[in-house]
Ligand binder design. Structure first.
Ligand SMILES: [Zn+2]
Length: 178
């Protein structure tokens, strides 16, 4: 099911926001959060300190989804949020995507738009791929989350840097035991 051209942008934005706000090395300053939104295709003209203040608790809420561990827990959590966050689907035709569906109308504030988009995109990811596409980075000492919307879906790390670091450590451990 793909109802919007914006699918992967909300998924990536959700993981990036969670990492900015909740990970040990994240930067949850106003400017850093504005950059997260801009980097994932949101129109950030309306971004204010109030937007940042509204996004921080949303990041902590979404972290529980990435840590859910089981499909039942993830579904229950998203269903609760889908009840809490008002949705007002809206057809938009403002760029190269052509006619597409937004989950909030243009007049709502940016934080609300971000909540609606990330929530729907994560719900679509769960419908399409189940629980295996989300998680916390498998690298020792890393607390960043990831969401995998690639074709292969084998991602276990938040970044190439963490994947490489872990693979090198495993290689050295194997060599020591020989
Ligand atoms: Zn990592």
């Amino acid at each position: 099911m793909r109802v919007t051209g914006y699918k992967s942008h909300g998924v990536g934005a959700a993981a990036a926001l969670v990492n900015a706000v909740t990970s040990a090395e994240g930067d949850d300053g106003d400017e850093a959060l504005r950059t997260v939104l801009a980097d994932h295709g949101f129109f950030v003209d309306g971004f204010t300190p109030d937007t940042a203040a509204a996004l921080r608790p949303w990041a902590r809420t979404l972290r529980a989804f990435f840590e859910a561990g089981s499909l039942d827990t993830a579904v229950e959590l998203l269903n609760g949020l889908l009840t809490d966050v008002p949705m007002h689907p809206h057809l938009a035709d403002h760029d190269a995507l052509g006619l597409h569906l937004h989950y909030a109308p243009p007049q709502v504030d940016l934080a609300h738009r971000f909540r609606a988009t990330t929530l729907m995109n994560l719900s679509e990811l769960l419908c399409d791929h189940g629980i295996d596409r989300i998680g916390v980075c498998a690298a020792p000492g890393c607390d960043r989350v990831y969401a995998d919307d690639s074709r292969g879906g084998r991602r276990r790390f938040c970044s190439d840097a963490c994947a490489n670091r872990t693979n090198v450590a495993a290689f050295r451990a194997r060599r020591r035991t020989r």
